[in-house]
Ligand binder design. Structure first.
Ligand code: PRX
Length: 648
């Protein structure tokens, strides 16, 4: 059993949930009266325009619907309703990589969002239900655009700024988006970089749906403008009124789409609802980070990922908190940048990814000592398993041994935290996300649907719906059912399968063991092996390809590609091929999917029916001994050949 750290007693005294008795009591309430539990929260937290009739409708499972009949507007929940009490409070504190700062109060944010909402309505004819793609850097305008969409009922789909033109194009087409909002460029590692040319490239073909592009001038770079299609935000925004009535939305109206990778095929447009999502975003902000009225909260994610959606924008603003948004990388101008910002802004809750913690630990283990980090109360991590070494450094050097670490397990599909410690209540352990939040019915089960005993790996499932769950895969209901409700069953009923493996330790704490499907988690970013393989297979010299994850000290996982080249003897061309294959990946997906290792092999391990035995390839990439039965392979000797090539 690893060491257990009790919550800081002083912190617990004022925490929303003060001890494990209170936590268990809430869990019990949710178990005994499931709908009553969520009903109470929804009534307490949401400023409804019209009340709902039913809490949960399961009649069309797994297409669950929550709070049917209710009307609300998420932007009203995040801004409008705060004006009475918080109009001059800082809503967003933004820091550019170049040190530039912008502080935007709730009232200012309200006006800016209204102007942009009016601009979209009046100039681009964006209506309720239309899709708008946001391809933006980490600037406040990204938050304005999200909230402006929500204000008028448009559905935003943010595409992470690191994705390539092809990836952007696929997402614009799949969402059938009418408008793209982008920026001329931004700053990263001290250098300006361009975004608008990527949009130009993306819209060159196949994007007939998208007739307009709105460009935020961030760098004031020289860019090409397409007459009649491209418009400059900075000029137009001043002509719009700062008043805009919120569109009354049904609880189940989609709030946004966010594309993520699955184990097969193209990325999935995860569709989230309005009421259920915002309820959980706000509730988890309040309870998992325990943010108080005068606190400053900082989540370092990019708004292009779900963590940025829920914990930079929607969660903090729904609860009326002050949220920090930082444009750049943690290592510019030096590895003390984040710690300096925590000192300067007196940050109280800090939320980041294990990859960043490992990187900053490696590059500057003693750097935090130079800064006053005593304002910190809660430290969060998300996106991938955190190794005990990194956890201990975070706990001792960043938190000074006084802060709870909330290791939050959740996914794009879950909308918000699911399994996590509560900082005032849960005794924490390095490497464990601990227990499910009250109301979240998480179970670890085996292939037959039976609970796994302590110490044994199983499939992490959620056996009852929850308000912020994925509602559908955009345009592909069949894939939605198949991807999440296909395999795992409990009492004969399909349950949500996360794709993750997990186990209970000796004390019943949940330990996430990683993906069980063909998804790789690189620096907390999900990438489907099938997506990467499809790109590599396009190369004219590639006969066959299989991709697997391999352990990486900083990124958690790296990408390992096994390539079979066409032609008898392609040795000698391999160096060039490595460069070409990576160029292809960067063009089709983006830098985040760059290959870490390529092994040229004469063949892949296949069954007699031609199926690639991926488990063998995963084991080799991890440097593990092969324990699987290889007798069913068409050519068992290929395994030893690949192992020998790997060891060279
Ligand atoms: O494998 C789990 C891992 O990240 C996956 C979800 O990725 P994504 O949808 O991109 O969302 C990331 C941010 C919520 C999960 O299926 N994961 C997430 N949090 C943790 C984690 N693995 C271990 N520990 C965590 N705390």
């Amino acid at each position: 059993m690893s060491q257990v750290f009790e919550p800081n007693r002083e912190f617990s005294k004022n925490a929303r949930i003060k001890n494990m008795c209170e936590y268990k009591e809430l869990r019990l309430q949710a178990e005994e009266d499931f709908e009553g539990y969520w009903d109470k929260l929804a009534k307490e937290k949401i400023d409804w325009f019209e009340p709902y009739d039913t809490v949960l409708d399961e009649s069309n499972a797994p297409f669950y619907s929550w709070f049917n009949g209710g009307k609300l507007n998420v932007t009203h929940q995040c801004l409008g309703r705060h004006l009475k009490t918080r109009k001059n409070k800082a809503a967003i504190i933004w820091e550019g990589e170049d040190g530039k700062k912008r502080i935007i109060t709730y009232l200012q944010l309200y006006y800016r969002v209204n102007r942009l909402a009016n601009l979209m309505k009046n100039q681009f004819n964006i209506k309720k239900g239309d899709r708008v793609v946001l391809y933006l850097p980490m600037i406040p305008e990204a938050a304005f655009a999200m909230l402006a969409c929500a204000k008028i009922g448009a559905v935003h789909s943010i595409v992470f700024g690191g994705f390539s033109a092809e990836a952007l194009r696929d997402r614009v087409i799949d969402a059938d988006a009418k408008l793209v909002i982008t920026a001329d460029g931004a700053f990263r590692r001290g250098q300006p970089y361009m975004l608008k040319p990527v949009v130009d490239e993306a819209l060159k073909e196949g994007c007939e749906c998208c007739k307009k592009v709105l460009i935020v001038q961030r760098n004031f770079e020289d860019i090409d403008y397409v007459p009649g299609r491209d418009y400059v935000y900075n000029e137009m925004i001043m002509n719009e009124s700062q008043h805009c009535d919120p569109e009354p939305m049904d609880s189940e109206d989609p709030l946004f789409l966010l594309y993520t990778s699955g184990s097969t095929g193209k990325p999935k447009g995860v569709q989230h609802s309005s009421a259920g999502y915002i309820l959980w975003a706000q509730y988890t902000m309040e309870h998992v980070f325990d943010v108080k009225e005068n606190d400053t909260f900082w989540c370092t994610a990019d708004v292009g990922w779900i963590t940025g959606h829920t914990y930079i924008v929607y969660g903090p603003l729904a609860m009326g908190a002050t949220t920090i948004m930082y444009e750049g990388v943690p290592t510019f101008p030096d590895v003390g940048r984040w710690w300096k910002m925590i000192e300067e802004h007196r940050v109280n809750q800090f939320y980041t990814a294990p990859t960043a913690i490992r990187l900053l630990h490696k590059l500057g283990a003693d750097e935090p000592k130079k800064y006053d980090l005593s304002s910190l109360q809660v430290l969060g991590t998300v996106g991938e398993p955190i190794n005990p070494d990194a956890w201990m450094w975070y706990y001792n050097e960043i938190g000074g041994g006084n802060c709870s670490i909330v290791d939050t397990w959740w996914q794009t599909e879950t909308g918000g935290h699911m399994i996590t410690p509560l900082p005032g209540a849960t005794p924490i352990k390095p490497g464990s996300a601990t227990f499910p939040l009250p109301g979240i019915m998480a179970e670890i089960i085996d292939e037959e649907g039976n609970p796994t005993p302590k110490g044994e790996k199983g499939f992490l499932c959620i056996t009852k719906p929850w308000p912020s769950m994925i509602r559908n895969i955009w345009g592909d209901s069949e894939r939605f059912v198949k991807s999440y409700f296909g395999d795992c069953k409990k009492d004969g009923k399909p349950v949500y399968f996360s794709g993750d493996g997990a186990m209970y330790d000796d004390d019943g704490y949940i330990v996430i063991t990683g993906r069980t499907d063909d998804v790789i988690n690189v620096s907390g970013h999900r990438l489907g092996t099938a997506e990467i393989e499809a790109v590599l297979a396009h190369h004219s010299n590639v006969a066959e390809v299989a991709v697997a994850g391999k352990p990486d000290d900083i990124k958690g996982e790296g990408i390992f590609a096994y390539i079979v080249l066409k032609g008898e003897d392609s040795i000698g061309e391999e160096i060039e091929m490595i460069q070409e294959l990576n160029k292809l990946i960067i063009k089709e997906i983006g830098n985040i999917a760059k290959l870490d290792d390529i092994l040229f092999v004469p063949g892949l391990p296949k069954t007699r029916s031609g199926k690639i035995m991926r488990r063998i390839l995963r084991s080799i990439a991890k440097g593990e001994a092969i324990t699987q039965d290889t007798s069913t392979l068409e050519d068992p000797s290929i395994v030893t050949t690949i192992e020998d090539l790997f060891k060279r």
